[in-house]
Design a protein around this ligand. Sequence first.
Ligand code: NAD
Length: 429
Amino acid sequence: MILKDKIRQRSARVGVIGLGYVGLPLVTEFARSGFDVTGFDIDAAKVAEINAGRSYILDVESREIAGPVAAGRLRATTDMSHLRDMDAIDICVPTPLRKTKDPDLSYIVKAVEAVRANLRAGQLVILESTTYPGTTIEVVQPALEGHGLKAGTDFYLAFSPERVDPGNATHSTRTIPKVVGGINPLSTELACDLYGSIIETVVPVSSTQVAEMVKLLENTFRAVNIGLVNEIALMAHRMDIDVWEVIDAASTKPFGFMPFYPGPGLGGHCIPIDPFYLSWKARQNGFECRFIELAGHVNASMPEYVVERIGEALNTAKKAINGSRVHLFGVAYKKDVSDTRESPALDILELLHRRGATLSYTDPFVPKLLHGGLSLCSVPEDRADGVDCAVVCTNHRSFDYGAMVTRFPLIVDTRNALKGVPGAHIFRL
Ligand SMILES: NC(=O)c1ccc[n+]([C@@H]2O[C@H](COP(=O)([O-])OP(=O)(O)OC[C@H]3O[C@@H](n4cnc5c(N)ncnc54)[C@H](O)[C@@H]3O)[C@@H](O)[C@H]2O)c1
Protein backbone atom coordinates (compact mmCIF):
# COMPACT_ATOMS: atom_id res chain seq x y z
CA MET A 1 0.00 0.00 0.00
CA ILE A 2 1.37 3.43 -0.83
CA LEU A 3 2.05 5.97 1.92
CA LYS A 4 -0.89 8.23 1.00
CA ASP A 5 -3.36 5.37 1.55
CA LYS A 6 -1.63 4.30 4.74
CA ILE A 7 -1.95 7.82 6.12
CA ARG A 8 -5.61 8.05 5.08
CA GLN A 9 -6.40 4.73 6.74
CA ARG A 10 -4.21 5.59 9.73
CA SER A 11 -2.26 2.41 9.28
CA ALA A 12 0.96 4.39 8.71
CA ARG A 13 3.50 3.74 11.48
CA VAL A 14 4.76 7.03 12.84
CA GLY A 15 8.12 7.55 14.54
CA VAL A 16 8.97 10.68 16.56
CA ILE A 17 12.64 11.33 17.35
CA GLY A 18 13.15 13.46 20.48
CA LEU A 19 10.52 13.10 23.19
CA GLY A 20 10.70 16.51 24.85
CA TYR A 21 8.36 19.49 25.09
CA VAL A 22 7.65 19.22 21.35
CA GLY A 23 7.95 15.51 20.63
CA LEU A 24 5.86 14.12 23.49
CA PRO A 25 2.67 16.14 22.78
CA LEU A 26 3.05 15.16 19.12
CA VAL A 27 3.36 11.48 20.01
CA THR A 28 0.17 11.61 22.10
CA GLU A 29 -1.70 13.45 19.33
CA PHE A 30 -0.76 10.74 16.76
CA ALA A 31 -1.69 8.00 19.24
CA ARG A 32 -5.01 9.68 20.08
CA SER A 33 -5.86 9.78 16.36
CA GLY A 34 -5.35 6.03 16.03
CA PHE A 35 -1.85 5.86 14.54
CA ASP A 36 0.68 3.29 15.70
CA VAL A 37 3.44 5.44 17.21
CA THR A 38 7.01 4.80 18.31
CA GLY A 39 8.94 7.44 20.21
CA PHE A 40 12.74 7.47 19.87
CA ASP A 41 15.04 9.15 22.37
CA ILE A 42 18.63 8.78 23.54
CA ASP A 43 17.42 9.42 27.11
CA ALA A 44 16.67 5.96 28.54
CA ALA A 45 14.88 7.48 31.55
CA LYS A 46 12.30 9.23 29.33
CA VAL A 47 11.82 6.06 27.30
CA ALA A 48 11.22 4.06 30.50
CA GLU A 49 8.68 6.63 31.75
CA ILE A 50 6.68 6.45 28.52
CA ASN A 51 6.70 2.67 28.46
CA ALA A 52 5.46 2.76 32.08
CA GLY A 53 2.61 5.04 30.93
CA ARG A 54 3.86 8.11 32.76
CA SER A 55 4.27 11.66 31.51
CA TYR A 56 7.16 13.89 32.56
CA ILE A 57 5.76 17.01 30.87
CA LEU A 58 3.10 19.15 32.57
CA ASP A 59 1.04 19.70 29.40
CA VAL A 60 0.70 15.94 28.78
CA GLU A 61 -1.35 13.89 31.20
CA SER A 62 -0.14 10.38 32.06
CA ARG A 63 -3.47 8.86 30.98
CA GLU A 64 -2.83 10.19 27.43
CA ILE A 65 0.24 7.95 27.38
CA ALA A 66 -0.91 5.05 29.53
CA GLY A 67 -4.01 4.36 27.37
CA PRO A 68 -2.24 3.95 24.02
CA VAL A 69 0.70 2.11 25.67
CA ALA A 70 -1.72 -0.41 27.21
CA ALA A 71 -3.52 -0.73 23.86
CA GLY A 72 -0.19 -1.51 22.17
CA ARG A 73 -0.39 1.56 19.91
CA LEU A 74 2.44 3.48 21.58
CA ARG A 75 5.92 2.58 22.75
CA ALA A 76 9.26 4.29 23.17
CA THR A 77 12.76 3.04 22.50
CA THR A 78 16.40 4.04 22.42
CA ASP A 79 16.99 1.52 19.61
CA MET A 80 17.17 3.58 16.42
CA SER A 81 17.15 0.48 14.18
CA HIS A 82 13.34 0.46 14.59
CA LEU A 83 13.27 3.61 12.45
CA ARG A 84 13.35 1.23 9.49
CA ASP A 85 9.84 0.02 10.41
CA MET A 86 8.39 3.55 10.34
CA ASP A 87 6.41 5.01 7.42
CA ALA A 88 6.76 8.60 8.63
CA ILE A 89 9.45 10.07 10.87
CA ASP A 90 9.25 13.39 12.72
CA ILE A 91 12.50 14.86 14.06
CA CYS A 92 12.02 17.02 17.19
CA VAL A 93 15.51 17.26 18.71
CA PRO A 94 17.03 20.35 20.35
CA THR A 95 18.66 23.17 18.37
CA PRO A 96 20.66 25.20 20.89
CA LEU A 97 23.32 27.84 20.28
CA ARG A 98 27.02 27.42 20.74
CA LYS A 99 28.79 29.76 23.19
CA THR A 100 29.61 31.95 20.18
CA LYS A 101 25.85 32.24 19.43
CA ASP A 102 26.28 30.15 16.28
CA PRO A 103 23.71 27.39 15.55
CA ASP A 104 24.49 24.00 17.07
CA LEU A 105 23.06 21.48 14.62
CA SER A 106 24.80 18.51 16.24
CA TYR A 107 21.52 17.03 17.55
CA ILE A 108 19.89 17.27 14.13
CA VAL A 109 22.98 15.76 12.51
CA LYS A 110 22.97 12.79 14.96
CA ALA A 111 19.25 12.18 14.50
CA VAL A 112 19.56 12.39 10.72
CA GLU A 113 22.48 9.91 10.80
CA ALA A 114 20.20 7.47 12.63
CA VAL A 115 17.46 7.98 10.03
CA ARG A 116 19.90 7.55 7.16
CA ALA A 117 21.21 4.27 8.60
CA ASN A 118 17.63 2.96 8.55
CA LEU A 119 16.19 4.76 5.54
CA ARG A 120 14.12 2.79 3.06
CA ALA A 121 12.15 3.72 -0.03
CA GLY A 122 8.70 5.19 0.53
CA GLN A 123 9.38 6.83 3.91
CA LEU A 124 8.41 10.40 4.77
CA VAL A 125 10.90 12.36 6.90
CA ILE A 126 9.89 15.67 8.49
CA LEU A 127 12.15 18.01 10.44
CA GLU A 128 10.34 19.99 13.16
CA SER A 129 13.28 21.39 15.11
CA THR A 130 13.55 25.18 14.79
CA THR A 131 16.48 26.03 12.54
CA TYR A 132 17.82 28.47 9.96
CA PRO A 133 16.39 28.63 6.42
CA GLY A 134 18.15 26.13 4.22
CA THR A 135 18.85 23.44 6.85
CA THR A 136 16.51 20.86 5.29
CA ILE A 137 17.94 21.06 1.78
CA GLU A 138 21.53 21.94 2.68
CA VAL A 139 22.12 19.64 5.67
CA VAL A 140 19.35 17.03 6.00
CA GLN A 141 18.74 16.16 2.34
CA PRO A 142 22.40 15.50 1.35
CA ALA A 143 22.93 13.45 4.51
CA LEU A 144 19.86 11.28 3.85
CA GLU A 145 20.69 10.83 0.16
CA GLY A 146 24.12 9.45 1.11
CA HIS A 147 22.89 5.86 0.73
CA GLY A 148 21.74 6.35 -2.85
CA LEU A 149 18.02 6.99 -2.29
CA LYS A 150 16.75 10.20 -3.91
CA ALA A 151 14.73 12.69 -1.89
CA GLY A 152 11.38 13.59 -3.43
CA THR A 153 11.06 10.37 -5.41
CA ASP A 154 12.46 7.44 -3.38
CA PHE A 155 11.64 9.04 -0.04
CA TYR A 156 9.89 12.29 0.89
CA LEU A 157 11.24 15.18 2.88
CA ALA A 158 9.60 18.22 4.48
CA PHE A 159 10.05 20.84 7.17
CA SER A 160 7.23 21.79 9.52
CA PRO A 161 7.92 24.16 12.42
CA GLU A 162 6.52 23.32 15.81
CA ARG A 163 4.57 26.13 17.47
CA VAL A 164 3.65 24.49 20.77
CA ASP A 165 3.44 26.91 23.70
CA PRO A 166 4.11 25.01 26.96
CA GLY A 167 1.68 25.96 29.73
CA ASN A 168 -0.87 27.39 27.28
CA ALA A 169 -4.23 25.85 28.17
CA THR A 170 -6.04 27.50 25.23
CA HIS A 171 -3.95 26.35 22.27
CA SER A 172 -2.68 22.79 21.88
CA THR A 173 -0.81 20.76 19.25
CA ARG A 174 -4.19 19.85 17.70
CA THR A 175 -5.56 23.39 17.46
CA ILE A 176 -2.44 25.37 16.48
CA PRO A 177 -2.30 25.62 12.65
CA LYS A 178 0.69 23.76 11.21
CA VAL A 179 2.86 25.23 8.45
CA VAL A 180 4.31 22.63 6.09
CA GLY A 181 6.87 22.99 3.30
CA GLY A 182 8.26 20.02 1.37
CA ILE A 183 11.29 19.76 -0.92
CA ASN A 184 8.84 19.04 -3.77
CA PRO A 185 5.03 19.11 -4.19
CA LEU A 186 4.62 15.40 -3.37
CA SER A 187 6.60 15.76 -0.14
CA THR A 188 4.44 18.75 0.86
CA GLU A 189 1.26 16.86 0.00
CA LEU A 190 2.19 13.77 2.03
CA ALA A 191 3.32 15.83 5.03
CA CYS A 192 0.06 17.83 4.83
CA ASP A 193 -1.91 14.57 4.70
CA LEU A 194 -0.11 13.29 7.78
CA TYR A 195 -0.59 16.43 9.87
CA GLY A 196 -4.10 16.90 8.50
CA SER A 197 -4.99 13.63 10.26
CA ILE A 198 -4.14 15.03 13.68
CA ILE A 199 -4.21 18.84 13.40
CA GLU A 200 -7.23 21.02 12.63
CA THR A 201 -5.56 23.40 10.15
CA VAL A 202 -2.58 22.72 7.91
CA VAL A 203 -0.95 25.58 5.98
CA PRO A 204 1.13 24.41 3.00
CA VAL A 205 3.91 26.73 1.79
CA SER A 206 6.04 26.60 -1.35
CA SER A 207 9.35 25.38 0.09
CA THR A 208 11.19 24.10 3.14
CA GLN A 209 13.05 27.44 3.34
CA VAL A 210 9.77 29.36 3.65
CA ALA A 211 8.56 26.99 6.39
CA GLU A 212 11.88 27.34 8.23
CA MET A 213 11.77 31.14 8.00
CA VAL A 214 8.12 31.34 9.16
CA LYS A 215 9.09 30.03 12.57
CA LEU A 216 12.06 32.39 12.83
CA LEU A 217 9.93 35.37 11.82
CA GLU A 218 7.39 34.48 14.54
CA ASN A 219 9.98 34.20 17.28
CA THR A 220 12.03 37.18 16.08
CA PHE A 221 8.81 39.22 16.14
CA ARG A 222 8.39 38.30 19.81
CA ALA A 223 12.04 38.86 20.73
CA VAL A 224 12.13 42.30 19.06
CA ASN A 225 8.84 43.46 20.56
CA ILE A 226 9.86 42.25 24.02
CA GLY A 227 13.16 44.08 23.54
CA LEU A 228 11.26 47.24 22.60
CA VAL A 229 8.95 47.08 25.60
CA ASN A 230 11.86 46.31 27.93
CA GLU A 231 13.59 49.44 26.68
CA ILE A 232 10.35 51.44 27.15
CA ALA A 233 10.24 50.08 30.74
CA LEU A 234 13.78 51.32 31.46
CA MET A 235 12.87 54.68 29.92
CA ALA A 236 9.57 54.97 31.84
CA HIS A 237 11.34 54.26 35.13
CA ARG A 238 13.70 57.18 34.49
CA MET A 239 10.67 59.39 33.81
CA ASP A 240 8.77 58.05 36.83
CA ILE A 241 5.94 56.74 34.64
CA ASP A 242 4.20 53.41 35.32
CA VAL A 243 4.95 51.40 32.15
CA TRP A 244 2.28 48.81 33.01
CA GLU A 245 -0.43 51.46 33.08
CA VAL A 246 0.84 52.79 29.75
CA ILE A 247 0.66 49.34 28.13
CA ASP A 248 -2.83 48.66 29.52
CA ALA A 249 -4.13 51.97 28.20
CA ALA A 250 -2.41 51.50 24.80
CA SER A 251 -4.04 48.05 24.58
CA THR A 252 -7.48 49.67 24.43
CA LYS A 253 -6.69 50.65 20.83
CA PRO A 254 -8.72 48.15 18.79
CA PHE A 255 -6.25 47.97 15.89
CA GLY A 256 -2.57 48.43 15.18
CA PHE A 257 -1.30 47.68 18.67
CA MET A 258 -0.46 44.36 20.28
CA PRO A 259 0.64 44.37 23.94
CA PHE A 260 4.00 42.91 24.93
CA TYR A 261 5.16 43.12 28.53
CA PRO A 262 8.52 43.86 30.11
CA GLY A 263 10.12 41.27 32.34
CA PRO A 264 13.35 40.05 33.92
CA GLY A 265 14.71 38.80 30.57
CA LEU A 266 14.04 36.11 27.99
CA GLY A 267 13.98 32.40 28.75
CA GLY A 268 13.11 28.99 27.32
CA HIS A 269 14.44 27.10 24.33
CA CYS A 270 12.93 29.43 21.72
CA ILE A 271 12.83 33.22 21.99
CA PRO A 272 16.38 33.80 23.34
CA ILE A 273 17.84 31.39 20.77
CA ASP A 274 15.90 31.22 17.51
CA PRO A 275 16.50 34.80 16.27
CA PHE A 276 20.24 34.09 16.35
CA TYR A 277 19.71 31.18 13.93
CA LEU A 278 18.29 33.75 11.53
CA SER A 279 20.99 36.39 12.08
CA TRP A 280 23.70 33.74 11.65
CA LYS A 281 22.26 32.65 8.31
CA ALA A 282 21.76 36.26 7.23
CA ARG A 283 25.44 36.95 8.00
CA GLN A 284 26.42 34.05 5.74
CA ASN A 285 24.62 36.02 3.04
CA GLY A 286 26.36 39.28 3.90
CA PHE A 287 23.37 40.75 5.73
CA GLU A 288 23.49 42.23 9.24
CA CYS A 289 20.25 41.79 11.29
CA ARG A 290 20.34 44.97 13.38
CA PHE A 291 16.94 44.53 15.05
CA ILE A 292 17.82 41.04 16.28
CA GLU A 293 21.18 42.10 17.68
CA LEU A 294 19.72 45.18 19.38
CA ALA A 295 16.77 43.32 20.91
CA GLY A 296 19.17 40.59 22.07
CA HIS A 297 21.32 43.22 23.71
CA VAL A 298 18.40 44.89 25.55
CA ASN A 299 16.80 41.61 26.61
CA ALA A 300 20.11 40.15 27.83
CA SER A 301 20.68 43.23 30.02
CA MET A 302 17.41 42.79 31.95
CA PRO A 303 18.70 40.43 34.71
CA GLU A 304 21.43 43.00 35.48
CA TYR A 305 18.75 45.72 35.61
CA VAL A 306 16.59 43.64 37.98
CA VAL A 307 19.59 43.24 40.30
CA GLU A 308 20.12 46.99 40.14
CA ARG A 309 16.48 47.51 41.18
CA ILE A 310 16.88 44.98 44.04
CA GLY A 311 19.88 47.06 45.17
CA GLU A 312 17.73 50.23 45.02
CA ALA A 313 14.95 48.55 47.01
CA LEU A 314 17.37 47.38 49.73
CA ASN A 315 18.91 50.84 49.79
CA THR A 316 15.58 52.32 50.92
CA ALA A 317 15.92 50.15 54.04
CA LYS A 318 19.59 51.17 54.46
CA LYS A 319 20.73 47.68 53.44
CA ALA A 320 23.20 46.37 50.90
CA ILE A 321 22.83 43.35 48.62
CA ASN A 322 25.91 41.96 50.34
CA GLY A 323 24.65 40.11 53.42
CA SER A 324 20.93 40.56 52.66
CA ARG A 325 18.57 37.65 52.37
CA VAL A 326 16.90 37.72 48.94
CA HIS A 327 14.11 35.27 48.08
CA LEU A 328 12.98 34.64 44.50
CA PHE A 329 9.42 33.66 43.67
CA GLY A 330 9.59 31.56 40.51
CA VAL A 331 12.72 30.34 38.74
CA ALA A 332 11.07 28.74 35.69
CA TYR A 333 11.35 30.89 32.57
CA LYS A 334 7.60 31.57 32.44
CA LYS A 335 4.50 31.03 34.50
CA ASP A 336 3.07 27.60 35.23
CA VAL A 337 5.87 25.60 33.56
CA SER A 338 8.83 23.72 35.05
CA ASP A 339 11.33 24.61 32.31
CA THR A 340 14.36 26.56 33.61
CA ARG A 341 16.32 26.57 30.34
CA GLU A 342 17.81 30.04 29.74
CA SER A 343 15.62 31.33 32.60
CA PRO A 344 16.56 34.90 33.59
CA ALA A 345 16.09 33.86 37.24
CA LEU A 346 19.32 31.85 36.92
CA ASP A 347 21.25 34.95 35.86
CA ILE A 348 19.64 36.99 38.63
CA LEU A 349 20.58 34.37 41.24
CA GLU A 350 24.14 34.24 39.93
CA LEU A 351 24.53 38.04 39.95
CA LEU A 352 23.11 38.28 43.48
CA HIS A 353 25.35 35.42 44.63
CA ARG A 354 28.43 37.23 43.30
CA ARG A 355 27.36 40.34 45.22
CA GLY A 356 27.15 38.41 48.48
CA ALA A 357 23.38 37.96 48.94
CA THR A 358 22.01 34.97 50.85
CA LEU A 359 19.62 33.29 48.43
CA SER A 360 16.52 31.13 48.55
CA TYR A 361 13.58 30.55 46.23
CA THR A 362 10.08 29.14 45.95
CA ASP A 363 8.92 27.43 42.78
CA PRO A 364 6.31 24.66 42.99
CA PHE A 365 7.41 23.40 39.55
CA VAL A 366 11.17 23.35 40.24
CA PRO A 367 11.95 21.45 43.46
CA LYS A 368 15.75 21.66 43.03
CA LEU A 369 18.08 24.02 41.27
CA LEU A 370 21.72 23.47 40.35
CA HIS A 371 23.28 26.42 38.61
CA GLY A 372 26.89 27.55 38.53
CA GLY A 373 28.12 27.25 42.10
CA LEU A 374 24.56 27.32 43.48
CA SER A 375 22.63 24.33 44.76
CA LEU A 376 19.22 25.27 46.16
CA CYS A 377 15.94 23.55 47.07
CA SER A 378 12.54 25.21 46.72
CA VAL A 379 11.26 26.48 50.08
CA PRO A 380 7.50 26.08 50.71
CA GLU A 381 5.87 29.47 50.15
CA ASP A 382 4.79 29.96 53.76
CA ARG A 383 8.24 29.09 55.12
CA ALA A 384 10.24 31.83 53.47
CA ASP A 385 11.16 33.64 56.68
CA GLY A 386 13.67 36.34 57.58
CA VAL A 387 13.68 37.67 54.03
CA ASP A 388 14.96 41.21 53.39
CA CYS A 389 13.68 41.39 49.83
CA ALA A 390 11.32 39.13 47.86
CA VAL A 391 11.56 39.15 44.07
CA VAL A 392 8.72 37.98 41.80
CA CYS A 393 10.64 36.54 38.86
CA THR A 394 7.96 34.20 37.52
CA ASN A 395 4.27 34.92 38.05
CA HIS A 396 3.04 31.38 38.69
CA ARG A 397 -0.70 31.34 39.24
CA SER A 398 -0.42 29.33 42.46
CA PHE A 399 1.50 31.98 44.45
CA ASP A 400 -0.42 33.72 47.23
CA TYR A 401 0.28 37.30 46.14
CA GLY A 402 -2.02 38.76 48.81
CA ALA A 403 0.03 37.12 51.57
CA MET A 404 3.28 38.20 49.90
CA VAL A 405 2.36 41.89 50.22
CA THR A 406 2.03 41.73 54.00
CA ARG A 407 4.82 39.22 54.71
CA PHE A 408 7.85 40.85 53.10
CA PRO A 409 9.40 44.22 53.92
CA LEU A 410 10.49 44.80 50.30
CA ILE A 411 9.17 43.29 47.06
CA VAL A 412 10.63 43.71 43.58
CA ASP A 413 7.90 42.70 41.13
CA THR A 414 9.29 42.04 37.64
CA ARG A 415 5.95 40.81 36.22
CA ASN A 416 3.35 43.22 37.60
CA ALA A 417 1.94 40.26 39.53
CA LEU A 418 0.90 42.70 42.27
CA LYS A 419 -1.00 44.86 39.81
CA GLY A 420 -2.88 47.71 41.46
CA VAL A 421 -1.66 46.82 44.96
CA PRO A 422 -0.47 50.00 46.70
CA GLY A 423 2.61 50.04 48.92
CA ALA A 424 5.86 51.98 49.14
CA HIS A 425 7.65 48.66 49.70
CA ILE A 426 6.65 47.33 46.24
CA PHE A 427 9.07 48.11 43.40
CA ARG A 428 7.73 47.39 39.93
CA LEU A 429 9.90 47.02 36.86
N1 NAD B 1 10.01 23.98 23.92
C1 NAD B 1 9.25 24.73 23.14
O1 NAD B 1 8.39 25.47 23.62
C2 NAD B 1 9.39 24.69 21.64
C3 NAD B 1 8.38 25.25 20.85
C4 NAD B 1 8.49 25.21 19.47
C5 NAD B 1 9.61 24.65 18.87
N2 NAD B 1 10.61 24.14 19.67
C6 NAD B 1 11.76 23.54 18.97
O2 NAD B 1 11.60 22.13 18.97
C7 NAD B 1 12.86 21.47 19.10
C8 NAD B 1 12.85 20.56 20.32
O3 NAD B 1 12.65 21.36 21.48
P1 NAD B 1 12.17 20.75 22.86
O4 NAD B 1 11.84 21.91 23.74
O5 NAD B 1 11.15 19.67 22.64
O6 NAD B 1 13.52 20.06 23.36
P2 NAD B 1 13.69 19.03 24.59
O7 NAD B 1 15.07 19.19 25.08
O8 NAD B 1 12.54 19.18 25.54
O9 NAD B 1 13.52 17.61 23.90
C9 NAD B 1 14.41 17.12 22.97
C10 NAD B 1 14.57 15.63 23.16
O10 NAD B 1 15.41 15.13 22.11
C11 NAD B 1 16.21 14.10 22.65
N3 NAD B 1 17.35 13.89 21.77
C12 NAD B 1 18.45 14.66 21.61
N4 NAD B 1 19.25 14.15 20.66
C13 NAD B 1 18.63 13.04 20.19
C14 NAD B 1 18.96 12.08 19.20
N5 NAD B 1 20.07 12.17 18.47
N6 NAD B 1 18.11 11.06 19.01
C15 NAD B 1 16.97 10.94 19.74
N7 NAD B 1 16.60 11.83 20.68
C16 NAD B 1 17.43 12.87 20.90
C17 NAD B 1 16.54 14.60 24.04
O11 NAD B 1 16.96 13.55 24.89
C18 NAD B 1 15.21 15.22 24.47
O12 NAD B 1 14.38 14.29 25.11
C19 NAD B 1 13.89 22.59 19.18
O13 NAD B 1 14.38 22.84 17.90
C20 NAD B 1 13.08 23.78 19.67
O14 NAD B 1 13.65 25.02 19.26
C21 NAD B 1 10.50 24.12 21.03
